[in-house]
Write a protein that binds this ligand. Sequence first.
Ligand code: GTP
Ligand code: MG
Length: 335
Amino acid sequence: VSGRVVLPTGLEKSLTAQILHTYETRLFPSAESIEVKRAFIEKFATVLVSEFPDWEVDIHVFGSSVNGLGSSRSDVDICLTTKHRMLEDVFLLSSVLRKYGMCTYCVPRARVPIVKAWDPELRIAADINVNNTIALHNTRMLQTFVAIDGRVRPFVMAVKHWTKCRDINDAAFGGTLSSYAWATLAIHFLQTRQPPIVPVLHPPAPSLRADKCTDASPVDLTFDDDITRLRDFGRDNTESLGYLLYAFFRTYAFEFDYRHQVVSLRNGCYLSKAEKGWDQGRPSRIFCIEEPFSTWLNLAHSANETAVEGIRQEFQRAFCILRDGGSYDNVCEVY
Ligand code: GTP
Ligand code: MG
């Protein structure tokens, strides 16, 4: 799958330049957007102290505001940790935020219940959960990958930008894939280059059969985050950003076997659906991207067969545009 793909002469350099231009001018978060996020977190902390003066509540920012993959338009993801479990009731948190002029929407029955908030004053959106700390670990994992090789950040951000423009980055309401699923897929692609650009960070472990685990199953949170040793791991690979994006589109347009393969960032390879017990029922028909920590979960479960076909067509469209000499901007034309 990672065999050399030929990119028409001259296009590789120009595509790399286009990606870097978009990254530097439109994707890299502006100083103003970073300031708005800081102001929101400060305001949110003040609200919590005013409403719950005697409660110890810690605020952890996670997701793309801190993993290096956020743009100016990304939301803020917040995890509150507290021993006051009353706060786990998302409706309580929602009503408090409304008192302070925020618009809120609760998603109480998700695997991770959240409050979605919109601050009309600062014009920023936030997703807030209480006591669900697993995402703090996968945020640190993404941060580690970003720090290993200078291509990771612009490459994953270019992929995320394309998915947002083409309306295939909305797991909750659009039935496609989340930013986290896209980032996992993109980094796995860099991991499976020859030679690889990023390493496997997780310790070897028997692949857990998806049908033998539940949300209560223990999760091994360890992974290698020794940046000093890992930095420049990918120096033997000289592939350009343009070439990587072209090859990424081609892989998922024509080469990846959606029926039988599972993307595994934890193992740095493709697994078979059969070995994970995903060859039966719904997973046998859809896209499978293993969650690197809770390996029995499929990060792409939100996309049904029709959505997966739509996503595959988007890969084909993007590949054909580049093959025919189109630009990254053409690829990202808003749907
Ligand atoms: P943008 O907001 O689109 O820039 O990207 P993001 O990485 O912040 O994505 P999002 O806001 O959708 O999710 C925030 C974080 O929650 C991700 O970075 C992950 O750390 C975590 N997360 C999202 N979806 C999942 C999931 O399905 N499983 C797990 N374990 N964590 C998730
Ligand atoms: Mg986010």
